[in-house]
Design a protein around this ligand. Sequence first.
Ligand SMILES: Nc1ncnc2c1ncn2[C@@H]1O[C@H](COP(=O)(O)OP(=O)(O)OP(=O)(O)O)[C@@H](O)[C@H]1O
Ligand SMILES: Cc1ncc(C[n+]2csc(CCOP(=O)(O)O)c2C)c(N)n1
Ligand SMILES: [Mg+2]
Ligand SMILES: [Mg+2]
Ligand SMILES: [Mg+2]
Length: 318
Amino acid sequence: MKGTVGQLGEFGLIREMTSRLTATEAVRLGPGDDAAVVAAPDGRVVATTDVLIEGRHFRRDWSTAYDVGRKAAAQNLADVAAMGAVPTVLLLGLVVPADLPAAWACELMDGLRDECQVAGAAVAGGDVVRGDTITVAVTALGDLRDRAPVTRAGARPGDVVAVTGWLGWSAAGHAVLSRGFRSPRAFVEAHRRPEPPYHAGPAAADLGATSMIDVSDGLVADLGHVAAASGVRIDLHSADIDVPSQMTEIGQAVGVDPLQWVLTGGEDHAIVATFPADTKLPARWRVIGHVHAAAAGQVTVDGAPWDKAGGWDHFGDQ
Ligand SMILES: Nc1ncnc2c1ncn2[C@@H]1O[C@H](COP(=O)(O)OP(=O)(O)OP(=O)(O)O)[C@@H](O)[C@H]1O
Ligand SMILES: Cc1ncc(C[n+]2csc(CCOP(=O)(O)O)c2C)c(N)n1
Ligand SMILES: [Mg+2]
Ligand SMILES: [Mg+2]
Ligand SMILES: [Mg+2]
């Protein structure tokens, strides 16, 4: 694809971007009309939205447009999965400057399309406008398929806390990239393209999860939302939280305690859930803590309050 977004024009760009999409069962109509028509067999629709901004969520010298598309889709699809729902469609609100290569917008769409395919969803529509800062605003919808939604508010004293997916890999990749390196590749790739365990969301609901959340800001911060909403204390057992040896090596190289990445690094979109203690959990779930009644609203690590930042806060001092 040659030329810029400005040369292609709004409708030329929309034509190019939407021509890359594939249809699914859930998208009955769209993109191309005033709105898409989306099948909602369950009758209840899970809806969520998240925004990515250039410079704050991604850098064009760190990530390709395709990577940004994969990540923008992943962070929204993971929210749908963390309710116990199956993602159905995505809508893309895109703000771009006129001098952006049109190929960047098209490759972004390729990334969104491919990540949707991993989760069984599809892009159903969107909007494109001109603006100074590249902004990728995605909305995702999902289908509960007769499941009760698994909220942040259902954790009960005596439950176990279990996680599936990656923890701290994106943060370690970010630390490497921030220092001007491009390797170790596995961590840099994890930062560019998170791999949320989408099917674990509905599977957890079927296993009887009492609460669930995806880890976008950091394990301690996100479990803090569960602790607050459920009126419980969540205690994490550091000995049960795996720190890969390669992460320890990077930590030594850059002077960071790798447990910090695992406990407070966001953007991997692992899924963490609480289950009644007698639940038979498949091997993919690692039990990393327990739920307690006393000191409601708190997250503790090995019984002690976590006194550092629990994760990313857009208005914190990052
Ligand atoms: N501007 C807003 N208007 C209305 N509701 C909002 C707004 N921002 C956040 N919320 C709501 O607040 C809750 C928490 O939002 P938050 O963005 O922290 O969750 P998340 O999307 O799971 O996490 P992350 O954005 O880190 O991926 C969600 O239910 C969200 O819909
Ligand atoms: C260039 C650049 N600088 C810093 C970061 C780190 N970062 C940005 S947002 C966020 C939390 C999740 O965001 P949200 O809460 O908006 O979903 C994190 C860990 C990055 N990805 N890229
Ligand atoms: Mg959000
Ligand atoms: Mg979330
Ligand atoms: Mg956040």
